[in-house]
Design a protein around this ligand. Structure first.
Ligand code: SIN
Ligand code: CO
Length: 398
């Protein structure tokens, strides 16, 4: 069996083998797994589009274009997400800027022609060809993409740095609009020439900077819906097709002993009403249903306090006899699992104890919280600040 160590990170391509190996070997050893630099993937590559054509396309209404300028001295980044016009280009400095245009294959048949070289992949996995033009020093900064990408050098040279360290930190810089990595330690660096191509699997830190002169890069990007997107769309799809009279039912209901509790029997009935959710564990089912049922068909929801109250201020008010009234539009429910108990309030979830959750569901008005533990006190404070409990100050004696 081959070990990872034996797999080269750099190979040489040819007219017959743009991947430097057969597609089957590439898919087995590299696709979605590890980066690969293919020198000379497209021998004698001539860009199917010139920089001026790209600038013209960037100014088309409807084109997805970004102009990014890096002030190297202060490490400040300026992003113009369009619509762009000629004046934007006239204002660019001599270096350290880049123009990126997405979906160029939809506008330009020659650029779309590049995709024929990727026909070993299902066409529905291909997202677009993004084309960038950069002056020396231009780039978008170190970042990760959530998709596989083939970065084909089209014109000039680009310095690429990547990190294939699985422990590489992925936090973003907070001071930059672009989703740039706060920390980036390259493990590999290369200078790409026209026709060279770098393949990167998803989530791999990388940074490409134009080197020496004008630079064009053609990025063939893949698409892979997130589980969240798949789930949302499937749920909508199913929901549109289900008749309205198929509902949550509970002909086996027993008298309620704990008002507001979403108990095990309710969860079992939910599973029956949602056969496609069989794979959901109790924790997720409970968390989703508690949020859902407490915001279901609510005409209004309480508004959070404009000025949140501090814990000490709430404790002081309660000690002085203030009462907590449930907001008339706040709908509550609670549920306990093996390890935790959650109170749901109009779509929001809060850590709670079963006793306090039950009390809040049962009683519309509460008094002093002196005997509450820390969880209880933070819960009341959160409910007050989120508008679910209204603080009624004690009346002053005359
Ligand atoms: C580029 O600047 O052409 C590539 C951007 C990227 O790294 O995704
Ligand atoms: Co990228």
């Amino acid at each position: 069996m081959k070990t990872t160590k034996q797999l080269p990170i750099e190979v040489r391509g040819s007219h017959a083998r743009p991947l430097g190996m057969s597609p089957a070997r590439f898919l087995r050893d590299y696709w979605q797994k590890r980066p690969l630099l293919i020198r000379n993937a497209f021998p004698g590559f001539q860009p199917p589009l010139q920089p001026d054509d790209l600038a013209g396309l960037a100014c088309e209404p409807g084109a997805l274009a970004r102009l990014i300028v890096h002030d190297e001295k202060h490490d400040r980044w300026q992003l113009n997400s369009g619509p762009l016009d000629e004046a934007d280009f006239a204002r660019t400095p001599d270096s350290n800027w880049t123009l990126l245009v997405q979906d160029v294959d939809k506008w330009d048949a020659d650029v779309a022609g590049l995709l024929q070289h990727f026909s070993f992949l299902p066409s529905w996995r291909v997202d677009d060809v993004m084309v960038s033009y950069a002056e020396p020093g231009g780039g978008v900064g170190a970042h990760v993409d959530q998709y596989d990408v083939f970065l084909l050098q089209g014109l000039g040279q680009r310095h690429w740095a990547i990190s294939d360290d699985p422990m590489a930190p992925k936090e973003f810089r907070r001071d930059v609009e672009l989703k740039q990595l706060a920390h980036f330690e390259p493990t590999h660096e290369w200078l790409l020439e026209p026709g060279d191509m770098l393949y990167l699997p998803p989530d791999m830190p990388h940074d490409g900077v134009a080197f020496g002169g004008p630079c064009m890069t053609f990025s063939v990007g893949m698409r892979a819906p997130s589980q969240a997107e798949l789930t949302g769309d499937l749920a909508d799809h199913i929901a549109e097709r289900l008749p309205d009279d198929l509902r949550y039912t509970d002909p086996d209901l027993k008298p309620s002993t704990a008002t507001g509790e979403i108990d095990r029997a309710a969860l079992a009935r939910l599973r029956f009403a949602l056969p496609f959710a069989a794979a959901l564990d109790d924790v997720m089912l409970r968390d989703w249903f508690g949020r859902f049922i407490t915001r279901y068909r609510n005409a209004q929801v309480p508004a959070p306090l404009e000025k949140p109250l501090a814990a000490e201020a709430l404790a002081r008010q309660l000690a002085a006899g203030a009462r907590l009234l449930r907001h008339p539009w706040s709908r509550l429910a609670w549920s306990k699992g093996k390890a935790s108990c959650t109170l749901f309030a109009s779509g929001q979830a809060y850590a709670a104890t079963p006793e306090l959750a039950q009390q809040l569901c049962e009683q519309r008005e509460l008094g002093a919280s002196g005997t509450l533990d820390e969880t209880g006190q933070s819960l009341l404070l959160a409910l007050v600040n989120d508008g679910h409990l209204l603080l009624r100050k004690a009346r002053r004696r005359r």
